[in-house]
Design a protein around this ligand. Structure first.
Ligand code: GLN
Ligand code: ZN
Length: 751
């Protein structure tokens, strides 16, 4: 059986691309040096796949920053303000990606958005009325030829025109209907160019098809592709979809003249059903995405092979469910993890081996093969993954555990009396600047260069200073500063049973930013109190209220590699119980304001609206309530979200039943306030009054203005005053100035 890989990681096995790019940005290496690093990565990636015997290997899956940006660049979708800088081609590309500030001008980067339901982010192409869409670049052609020189005959992968247009932002009066014909014509030029240099298969990635589509979308797709498919120029065209099933358009797509169609059988809940119901044309090849491109567990060959059989399709290629971009390079780099664990994981390289094993045994009497038997042994049970006590606790959860009593209104009264805060209370989101001394202290402790006592002593000193600073500034609800945390998820994961950590399992988040998600290995419980000592110490430094700081269960799970042997719901509940232990401990130690951050709650919202509640919110929101339902009425629960795009799920956010929520608002023009009012939002709110993502210091007047707008929509008694997000990445000086202005603004309004 033939095999196909949609895309391979491209940051380099040891993040070479990140380091080289950063040196290039800093002017330490020139463009040639950076290009050489990129070329080596492309070569290594291709040869790995070739060695593994993969049939369809992609070229053009590489990117210096992002494939959607590459596509915009390829077709000249470059706003004039970037061209005006007069930079070199690569520098212009990076200006779109990162913004440019220098002697040639000052422009902001394009907006960045999450790539479907992944933690990868793409740059949003801007199509203005002056855009002259035209095939100006050669990247796909060059990378195809280069791959050939490396000895690999590739399929060329492209972001498809439908997805590109649906993701683009139209900044002028033009709409998709005004530009799609031109764009399609330029894609056709590209197809013929590729065919002329010998490309036999061209892959069009159209993940947008897994979203809810209306009849206009379906017409647009058909219109675009009937043109492209009538002009194949001798190449075979692969329509590649991923991140779900294409239920709205499947029956139409199989009628079009595609040569190969790639479907996702891992995340596509209905994919198999669709194939069975509508059939699959015998003159086409089905690329069956069965090796999970998003998670790191070994493939269950039994499942995979039985799905392959069930499709009843004759011409099948076995593929990945999506690009392998979303998993780390290789388990080889993990020197500390024992093989007891490793044998259960498959990163990109190991997934190649799985594809070739599966292709070797598929179709045959596989059940008797050693490959199959060895694989099945992995699923007989895993060392240490079970904890009966945790399982029993989850099983014992009752409906009452999801309900906090008394009702919020009553709690609000009690809390107002006990906390005795002024109107428009001021606070921050938790972290204070992580200066180099803070990071050094933590690193030295981790490396064993510092004793635990020395490490703790240093942090206590920092906390004491932070409290003093907040008192001087005049904030009302203080925080300890989060100096002990590297990252809001990893830090908690490290204190939970059931988590496994890697050394080099980096995955691209955006551009040169990579993340290293921990792995949920087994049943989760709390090893020991996590933050209690820090919060207690902070409280001992002041008479003002100190807010405890935790990360919520949904965010912890969303930023980890989840288990596949139990449901996401089950895992989230386990984590919720662990964090609940911490909440109750904080409360028992006199911390009567506790913030439970859910920075990533929105992230895994299903791509189809019809699934939002049934597949996600119906269990994530109760899981959040489970964390705080047992606290006393007088304990005030805060939550925080790093975005304000929840206009469409406001009732769900209110149903988290927190007492206070802080969120980002300053960059989104306060639009959300109207929706809060319309939905009769009950939770007290702290819409961020200034943007912490920039070093700019907001003036008192500016903050007063923001607050005045907020007061028009939010009752005074429910309005908090705080920045957008944590101050971790900011400098000390700007932080002090900004917070001083924030307090002054609150005082002015009170007056
Ligand atoms: N409490 C965290 C902080 O202040 C919240 C971070 C976040 O929302 N991403 O850093
Ligand atoms: Zn935030």
């Amino acid at each position: 059986m033939n095999t196909s890989v949609i895309g391979y990681p491209r940051i380099g096995k040891d993040r070479e691309l990140k380091f080289a790019s950063e040196k290039f940005f800093a002017g330490e290496i020139d463009e040639d040096a950076l290009q050489n690093v990129a070329k080596t990565i492309r070569r290594d990636d291709l040869l790995k796949q070739k060695e593994a015997g993969i049939t369809y290997i992609s070229s053009n899956d590489f990117s210096f920053y992002d494939n959607v940006l590459d596509t915009a660049f390829l077709f000249n979708v470059i706003p004039q303000r970037y061209k005006d800088l007069g930079l070199s081609e690569l520098e212009t590309y990076f200006a779109l990606a990162r913004g440019y500030q220098g002697d040639k001008g000052n422009v902001k980067a394009l907006a960045m958005k999450k790539w479907f339901n992944t933690n990868y982010h793409y740059l949003v192409p801007e199509i203005d009325d002056d855009a002259v869409i035209s095939l100006v670049g050669k990247k796909p052609v060059e990378e195809f030829i280069e791959a050939k020189e490396f000895g690999v005959d590739t399929k060329v992968t492209l972001v498809g025109p439908f997805t590109f247009l649906k993701l683009a932002k139209f900044t002028g009066s033009k709409k998709i209907s005004d530009v799609y014909a031109v764009l399609t014509a330029e894609y056709i030029k590209l197809v013929s160019l590729l065919a002329s240099v010998g490309a036999k298969t061209i892959e069009f990635d159209e993940p947008y098809l897994v979203r809810d589509l209306n009849s206009d979308d379906i017409d647009l797709f058909k219109e675009i592709y009937s043109l492209i498919l009538a002009n194949k120029g001798g190449a075979k065209i692969l329509l590649q979809t991923y991140f779900g099933d294409i239920r709205d358009i499947y029956s139409e797509i199989i009628k079009l003249d595609f040569d190969l169609i790639g479907l996702d059988f891992v995340e596509g809940r209905k994919t198999l059903e669709l194939v069975k119901k509508y059939g699959f044309p015998s003159d086409k090849i089905l690329v069956a995405g069965l090796v999970n491109g998003k998670n790191i567990w070994r493939n269950d060959y039994k499942k995979t092979l039985s799905v392959l059989n069930e499709t009843g399709v004759e011409n099948v290629v076995l593929g990945t469910s999506c690009s392998l971009l979303h998993v780390p390079y290789t388990l080889d780099s993990e020197t500390k993890l024992s093989s007891d664990y490793k044998k259960h994981f498959a990163f990109a390289e190991e997934k190649l081996a799985e594809l070739s094993e599966l292709s070797a045994i598929a179709g045959s009497d596989y059940e008797n093969s050693d490959i199959y038997k060895n694989n099945q042994k992995l699923f007989e049970g895993r060392k240490d993954s079970e904890d009966k006590e945790v399982q029993a606790k989850v099983a014992a959860i009752t409906d009452a555990d999801y309900v906090r009593l008394p009702a919020r209104e009553e709690r609000e009264k009690i809390q107002k009396e006990i906390l005795d805060l002024p109107l428009f209370p001021t606070t921050t989101i938790g972290s204070f600047p992580q200066t180099s001394d803070v990071r050094k202290n933590r690193q030295e402790f981790k490396k064993g260069l510092k004793s635990k006592e020395e490490y703790v002593e240093f942090n206590k000193q920092k906390i004491a200073e932070c409290i003093k600073l907040q008192e001087e500034i005049g904030l009302d609800v203080l925080v300890h500063g989060e100096y002990e945390r590297n990252d809001m998820v990893e830090y908690f994961g490290e204190h939970l049973n059931g988590y496994v950590f890697t050394e080099k399992a980096w995955v691209q988040s955006y551009g040169t930013r990579n993340v290293k998600p921990p792995i949920v290995w087994g049943d989760v419980s709390r090893k020991e109190p996590i933050t209690v000592e820090w919060s207690k110490f902070a409280k001992s430094c002041t008479n003002k209220p100190v807010k405890g700081m935790l990360t919520g269960p949904v965010t912890i799970l969303n930023w980890s590699f989840p288990r596949e042997d139990i449901s996401i719901k089950e895992s989230i509940l386990q984590i919720a119980l662990a964090i609940r232990d911490e909440v109750l401990d904080l409360e028992a130690n006199g911390i009567n304001i506790i913030q439970i951050d859910e920075a990533a709650l929105r992230e895994k919202l299903p791509l189809r609206k019809s699934d939002w509640y049934s597949e996600y919110l119906d269990f994530t929101i109760p899981a959040f309530r489970l964390v705080h339902s047992k606290v006393k009425p007088e304990t005030q629960i805060h939550t925080h979200m790093c975005y304000s795009e929840f206009t469409d799920i406001i009732p769900a956010i209110d149903a988290m039943d927190a007492d206070v929520i802080t969120f980002e608002a300053s960059r989104s023009d306060l639009q959300i306030l109207d929706s809060l009012k319309e939905n009769n939002f009950k939770t007290e709110v702290g819409p961020g009054v200034y943007d912490i993502h920039s070093p700019r210091v907001p003036s008192v007047e500016e903050i007063v203005n923001a607050l005045t707008k907020m007061r028009a929509k939010i009752e005074d008694s429910k309005l908090w005053v705080n920045p957008d997000c944590g101050l971790k990445t900011r400098g000390v000086e700007e932080t002090v100035k900004s917070l001083t202005n924030l307090v002054a603004a609150a005082k002015q309004i009170r007056g």
